[in-house]
Design a protein around this ligand. Structure first.
Ligand code: ADP
Length: 451
């Protein structure tokens, strides 16, 4: 029951409840009808017996002799009657002999079963005068009542399954219609992502409790958006404020290094200051890029790019950095592929990935960059034969400030791949990482040609 949908649960509970009520009410109705029918039969037999006894009394002549009636003259066709005279004479209209043989029991209703047929039997005395005492016995078959009750039972057992199926269908349709606004909310909210957090549910589409749910949802989205915006504004403002002093520090440090006013020990200290300032400067620019993550999608500038030429230019610029570790970068741009994308962001994406392939490579390593077109996507592959990443680490490398080797210093903050992921998401693309420790890493990016 746990895994069932609310729709299925409500349908099942409603149908079971309906079945229970239907069974109880049918049973009570059946009991009431049978009680009424039996009471009716009892009343008829008592009335007919008294009526017959009365007519027997009126059936005496002037001398008080009994005028003999034929029993059928006294009662209706459904009723059997036997008259027991005091002298032992019996007069009957076809009453079953087994019923005639019953001992006389005055004014007592008896139910007697003879060969699957149930009879009501009633005896009543008719006093003609002191000497003449006559007993009147009337019997009525309960066959008709049994047939009526049997028909009611058949009706109930035929229609209960039919009503049950009908209830299941109706309750399913009603539940589905009642829950459909909730499914709409689920569908809409699934599409609200980080970049489109300013989207809201259209409240006019929902009424009642679902309307309250939708407006609560909108309020929550508003609070989330406010929090994201505050965070982005803070990061952006802090980064901007830090940029100027760090640029001044770096300029001053470079000036000190270029002059011969300081000794070599002091020069070393200034070099350390310069190195650390460069680190801070990189961190600031990465934080600024990430702060854009919270901005609206429309702030990204989509242009038509010749992706092969762009990668080629980046690779040429990075060859120098690669050469310092004797790493070769191989890129063969084949055919011309044009895509619609933000040039600055795609440049950052490629730089970050190639940078990682240099950073996490061995001396004399290789980097292979591939570019091809697949359906309506452009596929960019950046492959190195560096240190690789452990399989269990791969799911985390796109998180902010996540570094596999925590003790590694240098220009590494664990922000590069989270920027890469954001840029790919903003372009509605995806990235796949294949990596083996000691063998190398392959990053495969697919970006839609036309976004
Ligand atoms: P970092 O600033 O440390 O490069 P990234 O977000 O770019 O941060 O990468 C996160 C972590 O993923 C890195 O610390 C590194 O351990 C691992 N990584 C990324 N690219 C590669 C690669 N090409 N080869 C090996 N490890 C990599």
């Amino acid at each position: 029951m746990k895994k069932l949908t609310i729709k299925a649960k409500i349908t099942i509970w409603f149908s079971l409840l309906f079945l229970f009520l239907l069974c109880i009410s049918s049973f009570l109705l059946y009991l009431a009808i049978s009680e009424i029918l039996y009471q009716q039969e009892e009343k008829i037999i008592i009335d007919e017996t008294s009526h017959s006894a009365l007519h027997l009394v009126s059936g005496t002549d002037e001398e008080g002799n009994l005028r003999v009636f034929e029993p059928h003259e006294l009662v209706t066709a459904e009723t059997k009657i036997t008259i027991f005279y005091k002298d032992g004479e019996i007069s009957t209209n076809n009453m079953d002999p087994a019923l005639i043989e019953l001992p006389i029991q005055g004014d007592t209703l008896r139910k007697v079963e003879i060969e699957n047929n149930v009879w009501l039997v009633y005896d009543h005395p008719a006093f003609i005068d002191q000497d003449i005492e006559v007993w009147v016995r009337v019997s009525r078959s309960l066959n008709d009542v049994s047939v009526v009750l049997e028909n009611i039972r058949i009706f109930i057992f035929t229609f209960i399954p039919f009503f049950l199926i009908f209830t299941i269908i109706i309750s399913y349709i009603v539940t589905k219609n009642s829950l459909s606004p909730i499914y709409q909310i689920i569908k809409i909210t699934k599409n609200i992502k980080r970049g489109s957090i300013s989207r809201r549910l259209e409240l006019s589409r929902f009424t009642g409790e679902v309307g309250i749910l939708a407006s609560t949802f909108n309020e929550m989205l508003q609070r989330l958006e406010d929090a994201f915006t505050r965070e982005a504004e803070f990061t952006s403002a802090a980064s901007h404020e830090l940029r100027t002093p760090i640029t001044v520090i770096m300029a001053q440090a470079e000036e000190l290094l270029s002059e011969n006013k300081i000794n070599s020990g002091q020069k070393n200290a200034v070099r350390i200051i310069l190195n650390q300032s460069e680190r801070i400067s990189l961190l600031i620019s990465q934080l600024l890029t990430l702060a854009r993550d919270y901005q609206e999608e429309f702030k990204i500038k989509f242009d038509i790019l010749e992706i092969g030429i762009l990668i080629n230019d980046i690779v040429e610029e990075m060859r120098l950095a690669a050469k310092s570790k004797s790493i070769k970068i191989l890129f063969e741009s084949g055919k011309m592929i044009k895509i619609r994308a933000d040039q600055a962001l795609i440049t950052t994406l490629i730089i970050n990935l190639v940078n990682n392939s240099i950073k996490f490579n061995k001396k004399n390593g290789n980097i292979k960059i591939g570019l091809s077109e697949e359906d309506s996507f452009v596929k960019i592959q950046i492959e190195d034969n560096g240190i690789g990443i452990e399989e269990k680490e791969i799911p985390f490398i796109f998180k902010k400030f996540y570094r596999v080797d925590k003790v590694r210093t240098g220009k590494s903050f664990g922000l590069g791949l989270s920027i890469v992921k954001w840029i790919i998401d903003a372009h509605k693309g995806h990235i796949v990482v294949d990596s083996k420790v000691g063998i190398g890493t392959k990053m495969t990016i697919r970006l839609p040609v036309n976004i």
